[in-house]
Write a protein that binds this ligand. Sequence first.
Ligand SMILES: [Zn+2]
Length: 238
Amino acid sequence: MSEASELLRLQEIDLELMRTKNTAEALPQRQKVAAARAAAKKVAGELTKIVGQRKDLEIELADLDDSKRFFSEKVTEIQDGTYNQDFRSAQDMEYNLATLAKKIEKCDYDTEHLLPRLETVERAEKNARALTEKLEREEAAQVASFKQAMDKITEQVKTLAFERERIVADLPASIVTSYEAARKRFGGVAVETLVGNRPSACRVALQPSSFTDIRRSGAEVTTCPYCKRILVVTNEEA
Ligand SMILES: [Zn+2]
């Protein structure tokens, strides 16, 4: 490979490396993973609230159940005559039984009203858990896809870096130094070729005298008189 071809290839490699880096940074999986995580966090917050509501309802229902059992036991005790309180009269006992019956009725009434609310909350909890699992699967799929894409990119970068190393080792150190300086100054495109009498990057037509000078020197690698990029002059582009 001539110095000119090596320089052009070096430039191609560096531009490809830049593109690859941009591709890696713009991989859509990154955003999708972030979105899935944000959504999962939101669902987790909702789930905590829902579980709290469900537990409160369960406690209320358990309390009602306990109360009902307590009142029912009292009724049984009164009916069996084992109740540890003497009633002054039959009316007194009837009154107590009626009061207990009302209390039991109230427990049943409250329970009936709480059960549909518990069902609603349980359904919401089930949905939130299903959504959490779905988001976890989505995140895992995106993470796997991201890893796959990154592995491919890493492989490309490795291959390019290997070739680059070989070219840099092959080129004279002074050319590599000028190339690196120009690359830094121009943000990538350090080398231009001559297309007719126009350098490919700055596109300023060379003065006939410059053009003749460059041609006459026979040098394949020179400096653009305008932008000071490295100018590659090959016979194919003449
Ligand atoms: Zn130029």
